[in-house]
Design a binder for this molecule. Structure first.
Ligand code: 2HG
Ligand code: ZN
Length: 453
């Protein structure tokens, strides 16, 4: 039970319109995007500056109140859910955005949407290197906190690779700010790297200094139908090696394609189903169509190819891949098991997952897709009760047994806390605990996430 005086003081910090107490409104902040995880909260705070965040963290420490941090609330591992009745702190009002065209960098508030950052970068003649299907909702704060990956990791790296500096309020109440954007700055511990991927357990990120990348204005998209997963992974590797303009290579399968077609009404891209599909994008200064066609011609195991000749068709081809998430959610509340597997083991993993799932959950439906060049498979399972996690364990153990990780790009959140030990040794977990105690000694930041539970 939170002391009413807590909310009175919160009002004096952020203003009455930014302290939400209406039960129906607050309820909207307590369920994750998939609908699998939910919690409860006595209220939502919406600070508008780093100073207000610092004052709120101080207030929490005094009252022994914990915060659940939220940006665009697109987490697919329950990372934004106030599982233990935390007060929600929404960072979406931190929307300052400044592009420094000279240095090719941007300073962006935690609440800036990725799509807005991408557009601002483009207007200044640059691009932002991270792109993901949830770009319209996902925020800078959330993507830094979870070290989001997405569809361009093969070209530009993950969010951590874009990060030059942060401003953050630590759980200790201290504000750390290192936003000069110096590309060379060898002065000790790299706090941005530590905070990136810490899932809001160490500090509240309020602003980030981000590297921008060169624009590649000419783009071509093709959909390849392949014999099977083995051929698809070989092809993805060959394309990475041989196609300099490769900017995305995404994997999916016939069941997912059929589901997406049912959901979107898009036509079948090919006359018959195939064993695996790769959505390939090349982008460069000059039209890369010829280069892409030659690279595709040299691949083995390709049964059919559809090339987009205009932007509308390119958007459609992308939709076959990007609409998987929404189509699956429409089918039923999914278990989302985002794993990474060494390249040499992906095809085997993909072949074995359906059997492993059906052994523990016979009525389950399995949907597989992912980022082929990153060894990142999104295992989605529908038709199983949200709380029945036997299949989660089976899939994580399979991935881990093949040398993989229980989280490729969605973080641990609340969904995978039980299986963190499959990817991290006792010694590593002890270091995690020591860092948590040092930076958030009272445990006021995201106590349910990552290390909690
Ligand atoms: C994607 O790659 C996202 O589209 C979502 O990471 C994955 O829905 C998923 O499981
Ligand atoms: Zn993904």
């Amino acid at each position: 039970m939170v002391d009413p005086a807590f909310f009175d003081e919160a009002v004096s910090i952020v203003g009455p319109e930014h302290v939400l107490r209406d039960a129906d409104v607050v309820a909207g902040y307590t369920v994750d995007w998939t609908g699998r995880f939910s919690g409860s909260s006595p209220g939502v705070l919406r600070p508008g500056s780093t100073e207000q965040v610092a004052a709120l963290v101080e207030l929490c420490r005094r009252h022994g109140v914990a915060l659940a941090l939220q940006g665009g609330a697109t987490s697919l591992s329950g990372g934004t859910v106030p599982l233990e009745g935390e007060v929600v702190c929404s960072l979406v009002r931190l929307w300052d955005l400044e592009v420094d065209a000279l240095s090719g960098q941007a300073s962006a508030g935690a609440g800036v949407r990725i799509e807005a950052l991408q557009s601002a970068a483009e207007r200044a003649g640059w691009a932002y290197g991270v792109d993901l299907a949830s770009r319209a909702s996902a925020t800078v704060g959330g993507t830094v906190a979870t070290n989001a990956g997405g569809i361009r990791v093969l070209r530009h790296g993950d969010t951590r690779a874009q990060l030059l500096g942060v401003s953050a309020v630590l759980g200790s109440g201290e504000t750390v700010s290192h936003m000069s954007g110096l590309v060379k700055d060898n002065t000790g511990y790299h706090l941005p790297s530590l905070l990136c991927g810490s899932e809001g357990t160490l500090g509240v990120l309020t602003e980030a200094r981000l590297r921008l990348v060169r624009r590649s204005p000419e783009r071509v998209v093709a959909l390849l139908a392949l014999r099977d997963a083995h051929a698809a992974i070989e092809a993805a590797s060959d394309l990475r090696r041989g196609l300099a303009s490769l900017s995305a290579v995404e994997l999916f399968f016939a069941p997912g394609l059929a589901l997406v077609r049912g959901h979107t009404g898009l036509p079948d891209p090919f006359e018959r189903p195939h064993g695996a599909y790769l959505l390939v994008e090349a982008s460069a200064d000059d039209d890369p169509t010829t280069e892409l066609s030659e690279a595709v011609d040299a691949l083995g195991g390709v049964e059919e190819v559809a090339v987009a000749l205009d932007a509308t068709r390119a958007g459609e081809l992308w939709r076959y891949r990007e609409a998987h998430t929404e189509a699956i959610n429409r089918r039923g509340t999914p278990h989302k098991l985002d794993v990474a597997v060494p390249m040499g083991a992906i095809a085997q993993f993909v072949d074995r997952v359906p059997g492993v799932v059906r052994d523990v959950a016979p009525g389950a439906e399995v949907w597989l897709f992912g980022h082929a060049a990153d060894g990142n498979v999104h295992v989605n399972v529908t038709g199983v009760a949200p709380e029945d996690d036997a299949l989660d364990a089976a899939v994580f153990e399979l991935a881990s047994g093949l040398g993989g990780s229980v989280s490729a790009e969605h973080g641990i959140g609340i969904a995978k806390r039980k299986w963190l030990h499959l990817s991290r040794s006792p010694a590593e977990l002890a270091v995690f605990g020591a860092i948590k105690s040092a930076l958030d000694p009272d445990g006021v930041l995201n106590p349910s996430v990552l290390l909690g539970g």
